[in-house]
Design a protein around this ligand. Structure first.
Ligand code: ZN
Length: 264
């Protein structure tokens, strides 16, 4: 049985100055059930609608607009604490001569469905079975309802090409992020799979703010069921079961040890 990644760690979500180290204080052997019980006491309640991206970030009181100078997109949003942490990281990077650019931030269910449905209609998929189409799209794109971008905690930086991060400016950006992003709470969850995780391929651009995304994954695992995906209104939703979207994709992330737990 593959390991189910569950989240233990910080519940200090309301704290405005979390560092990755301070945040990770819980016993890594705590099991998911007690984590969730504990979370119920001190975490803000993440609703199923939030976890599934079924809300408008522009109208959500916990979200803020990313400043226009920080992104090449118009009107994109992050949770306020994530934006604040990102601002500190961006400033520190800039002081080291590294320019960070937000290419994508919060994407709600409707937005993700737009991405998914455009790919679903690709001419190259003519005649393919639904499960094969979905598996192919899942190489890099999440099913609507199952994206970390729904949570307001995850950002895509600078380039959507892994190659860009391998030389010149891109290599400098990646080296800086690898060395320093953790100091601001950000972690590259889609690594090169050398750790044995399942799911999406390497994404050097995707960084996750774990002090909030950690508890949100635990909340997702506690509150969201398979039928929330398979019954959702998008093409191929029924394949979420056979493609193990919950265990292999939603939970197919690299996490620092203190954020991991192994199913027993
Ligand atoms: Zn991303």
């Amino acid at each position: 049985m593959s390991s189910l990644v569950a989240l233990v760690g910080t519940w200090a979500v309301g704290c405005s100055e979390p560092s990755a180290q301070e945040a990770v204080t819980a016993d890594p052997l705590v099991d998911l059930v007690s984590v969730v019980d504990h979370a119920g006491d001190s975490l803000p309640t993440f609703t199923r609608e939030e976890l599934l991206g079924r809300f408008d970030p522009a109208a959500h009181p916990d979200f803020r607009s990313v400043p226009a100078a920080w992104t090449d997109k118009e009107e994109i949003y992050l949770r306020a604490e994530v934006l604040e942490a990102y601002g500190r990281m961006k400033e520190a990077a800039q002081a080291d001569g590294i320019a960070l650019l937000v290419r994508s931030a919060t994407r709600n269910f409707d937005y993700q469905r737009g991405i998914w449905e455009r790919k679903w209609e690709r001419p190259q998929y003519m005649g393919w079975q639904a499960v094969d189409k979905a598996r192919d799209i899942l190489t890099y794109s999440a099913m609507p309802g199952a994206s970390r971008h729904h949570w307001g905690t995850d950002i895509d930086l600078n380039s959507f090409e892994n190659d860009w991060f391998e030389s010149g400016e891109g290599a400098a950006v990646y080296a800086w992020l690898t060395a320093h992003a953790g100091d601001y709470g950000f972690h590259q969850v889609y690594d090169d799979k050398s750790t044995g995780r399942a799911g999406y391929e390497l994404e050097r651009w995707h960084w996750s703010y774990l002090p909030i995304a950690g508890p949100m994954l635990a909340a997702f695992n506690a509150k969201v069921g398979l039928s929330d995906l398979t019954d959702a209104p998008f093409s191929g939703a029924e394949t979420a079961d056979s493609l193990r979207v919950l265990s292999d994709f939603v939970n197919g992330v690299d996490l620092p040890a203190a954020y991991r737990n192994t199913e027993r």
